[in-house]
Design a binder for this molecule. Structure first.
Ligand SMILES: [Zn+2]
Length: 343
């Protein structure tokens, strides 16, 4: 397998996030990517390469032009208009009945973001671009015949929709890679999202599509983020009806329960018959995660990896969440080790 990583992620370092009425240090930190990279190096899982540069076209294939323009210029315009230079964070949010687009530099963040967990700093767009290039490089490697690639993306992507950001995510790396695979001739691509949180952005991007199957195993949104979507009755729309599968789970899920639900997800993917698999891999399902309530042990990750790899599909693993920093590197390396052993 090949890992793709870039030091550019460190350009994005949020000073804080807003949670339960408190401004707190961000869970999503640059250390996460460094720890995963070190663990992958230690595990000797194959070459680690830098991303290639893909330009704007693959981003436009997934994200709206006004949204991309906003992300690129948000910080500079915010500071010039008198916003706190520490980070862009909205104070007024667009909601139902009140969603006219207002692009005042201090207000546009409330139009494009859906929460207060994704501050924008001077280097955020640069880091997000590099993160998308990492995923795109992984997609290119699959197209060149590699069976398994690990895109060590940071910032993560699965909460970002076509024209909205939040949940630590700005550009949807997994969606951008999946769309590139479709446009390169793959008739069908499956995305499996095993992050603790629902991949609301990925779901939104492909909700009307029958050529990209989205399957997500996650905490029931009735109790966990992102709350306002990710329920089992969200099955897709129009041509995409039946091509979106949400498997929300209760608190305290252990290895056996998780693996049984994973088998259900894998059966759906197998029935779909994709040419490629994109795996949105979050490790906040781990029992020690500070913002998750599942109870997976470290031993679950190689088992998850082996089962996914048993599908026999060329697979791009895209790094998403995981905030139990002390265990994060080993959990990621374990998943990859399980996949590489089976591939
Ligand atoms: Zn997550």
């Amino acid at each position: 397998m090949i890992t793709i990583a870039s030091p550019e992620h460190a350009q994005h370092r949020a000073p804080h996030e807003f949670l339960d009425g408190r401004l707190i240090p961000p869970y999503e930190s640059p250390e996460r990517a460094e720890i995963i990279l070190a663990a992958v190096e230690r595990a000797g899982l194959g070459p680690i390469v830098r991303p290639r540069a893909f330009g704007d076209a693959p981003l436009h294939a997934v994200h709206a032009p006004d949204f991309l323009g906003y992300l690129e210029h948000a910080y500079g315009r915010w500071v010039a208009a008198g916003g706190d230079p520490a980070a862009v964070l909205p104070s007024t949010l667009a909601v139902r009945w009140m969603d006219r687009r207002c692009l005042h530099p201090l207000v546009a963040p409330g139009y494009y973001s859906f929460d207060l967990s994704a501050p924008i700093v001077a280097g955020t767009y640069r880091a997000a671009r590099a993160s998308a290039d990492i995923a795109l490089t992984g997609a290119a490697l699959l197209l060149e015949g590699e069976p398994l690639a690990f895109a060590l993306c940071r910032p993560p992507g699965h909460n970002a929709g076509s024209d909205m950001y939040g949940g630590y995510c700005y550009l949807n790396n997994a969606a951008i890679a999946a769309e590139q695979l479709v446009r390169s001739g793959a008739a069908r691509v499956a995305i499996l999202d095993i992050d603790f949180h629902h991949g609301n952005g990925t779901q939104q991007i492909f909700y009307g599509r029958d050529d990209v199957l989205f399957v997500s195993i996650h905490a029931d949104p009735a109790r966990e983020y992102p709350y306002f979507g990710g329920y089992a009755d969200e099955r897709g729309t129009g041509a995409g009806t039946g091509f979106n599968l949400n498997l929300p789970l209760e608190a305290g899920v252990d290895d056996a329960r998780y693996l049984a639900v994973l088998d259900q997800a894998l059966a759906a993917i197998q029935a779909f018959g994709p040419r490629f698999l994109v795996l949105s891999a979050g490790f906040d399902t781990f029992g020690g995660d500070p913002i998750g309530d599942f109870a997976l042990a470290a031993a679950a990750y190689p088992a998850i990896g082996r089962r996914i790899a048993a599908l026999g599909l060329p697979t791009l693993v895209v790094q998403e969440g995981g905030y139990a920093v002390a265990a994060l590197g080993e959990n990621a390396a374990s998943l990859l080790r399980g996949m590489a052993a089976e591939a």
